[in-house]
Ligand binder design. Structure first.
Ligand SMILES: [Zn+2]
Length: 60
């Protein structure tokens, strides 16, 4: 039995709660992260990337 909790904020994968166990993790901002992305974050915990993407150049 599994329940769709939401979608991974990074890769868009569906994140399920299976048997009361969340197959992912919830970030500070309430962002849902799947297990795969969560593991990647763990491995790359050394390097902190600030201001990743979503930074559009403003030209007027
Ligand atoms: Zn993901």
């Amino acid at each position: 039995m599994q329940e769709l909790v939401g979608y991974c904020a990074q890769c868009g994968t569906e994140v399920y709660c299976r048997g009361g166990f969340l197959e992912g993790s919830m970030g500070k901002d309430g962002k849902l992260i799947c297990i795969a992305c969560g593991n990647q974050e763990d491995q790359e915990h050394d390097e902190r990337q600030s201001g990743q993407s979503s930074h559009e150049k403003d030209r007027s």
